[in-house]
Write a protein that binds this ligand. Structure first.
Ligand code: NAD
Ligand code: ZN
Ligand code: ZN
Length: 349
């Protein structure tokens, strides 16, 4: 079968012929219907190096996948060949306290995981191929009625990651509150929709690209702002009494966006950094609003993915998808790098 593989750090992916996987006991092979292209893949190609993460290339890219059950390993029950499924991407040990409640990204026994802190497309072979081997059937979630693999794939990361970040801040987003989304790309454009579908917050979207702001407007953003030196002040002016944003979600994670987030946040607000742009933020008693919480989040939990798939099946969130063939995946990544993509690029093998 054909697979898009990252041969080494600091390299471009290559489309090559590899053996079709076969499932061992407890494992499942999924015929890939769609594999989303995530900006994290660009970080893998260009920014990471030996020691950045506890695994190394080569491996097949694609950590945002959905398709149909192709083959079941011995002992797998509860799934049927041909059934449409989403693949839960972070693969932990399955037995630590975090994994037991479905929070595999924060697995505390990385030595017991198929790959420490990763998954398919992140250290192990992912979904930018005709078939993907899933090492444990618990990561294979049947799609709810009304959702097909094409629309489900982006929900497993571009949907799940912002959903987790927003859900943990729900209590800070009552009517009258303000949420800011910085970076309206693959994750951010779904983030705007999740805020609209699950909270009563007024939503402000910030990006460096007009196209991205128009996309946010289309999904119901109440205010859109081109990011620049005055953006924090503009956000404050748009909140009652200039108090600032209750929750800021930074889907870029570079110095200017983190500084913007801290400057725009309200006292007791949340600044959640999801983007892994390599930025840092100075922290001292007076440099951030009183009692503001600053955190990173990594991906989301398996129960949260069930909730995200439900939102997708009911049409409450609908990622904007541009389709590419496996032989066009490199073009999708180039467009993402140039900033000429809208929403999510999805590779259909
Ligand atoms: P993307 O390329 O689709 O979108 C990024 C968006 O940010 C684009 O619209 C771009 O115009 C905008 N942007 C860039 N610089 C900006 C700036 N200075 N100010 C405002 N907007 C700016 O990327 P994506 O796939 O949505 O991923 C976003 C980030 O999240 C990446 O760093 C990715 O690696 C990371 N990520 C993190 C997790 C996690 O679990 N924490 C999961 C997936 C992706
Ligand atoms: Zn990702
Ligand atoms: Zn674990």
């Amino acid at each position: 079968m054909r697979a898009l593989r990252l041969p080494s750090w600091k390299s471009e992916p290559e489309l090559v012929e590899v053996d079709e996987p076969t499932p061992g006991p407890g494992q499942v092979v999924v015929r890939i219907g769609a594999a989303g292209a995530c900006h994290s893949d660009l970080h893998l190609m260009h920014d990471f190096d030996t020691g950045s993460v506890p695994w190394n290339p080569p491996f097949t890219l694609g950590h945002e996948n959905a398709g149909w059950v192709h083959a079941l390993g011995p002992g797998v029950t509860g799934l049927e060949v041909g059934q449409p499924v989403a693949i839960y991407g972070p693969w932990g040990c399955g037995t630590c306290d975090r994994c037991r409640v479905g929070v595999d990204p924060y697995c505390e026994n990385p030595a017991g995981a198929p790959v420490p802190g990763g998954g398919g497309g992140l250290g192990l072979d992912g979904g930018m191929a005709e078939y993907e081997l899933v090492p444990d059937a618990r990561h294979v979630l049947p799609l709810p009625e009304g959702l097909d693999p094409l629309r489900a794939a982006p929900l497993t990361d571009a949907g799940l990651t912002p959903y987790h970040a927003i859900r943990r801040s729900w209590h800070k987003l009552p009517p009258g509150s303000t949420a800011v989304v910085i970076g309206v790309g693959g994750l951010g454009h779904v983030g705007v929709q999740i805020l609209k579908a699950t909270t009563a917050a007024r939503v402000i979207a910030v990006d460096t690209r007009e196209d991205a702001l128009r996309l946010a407007e289309g999904y119901g953003a109440d205010l859109t702002l081109l990011s620049g030196p005055g953006t924090a002040e503009e956000i404050r002016r748009a909140t009652p009494g200039g108090r600032g944003a209750d929750v800021v979600l930074d889907f870029v994670g570079v110095d200017p966006t983190m500084t913007l987030g801290a400057a725009a946040a309200r006292t007791v607000g949340d600044l959640t950094v999801v983007g892994i742009g390599g930025g840092t933020l100075a922290f001292s008693f007076f440099s951030v609003p009183y009692e503001a919480s600053i955190q990173s989040t990594y991906w989301g939990s398996r129960p949260e993915l069930v909730e995200v798939l439900d939102l997708g099946a009911r049409g409450l969130i609908e990622p904007k998808i541009t389709q590419f063939g496996l032989d066009e995946a490199v073009t999708a990544y180039r467009m993402m790098r140039e900033g000429s993509l809208e929403g999510r690029a999805v590779v259909v093998p």
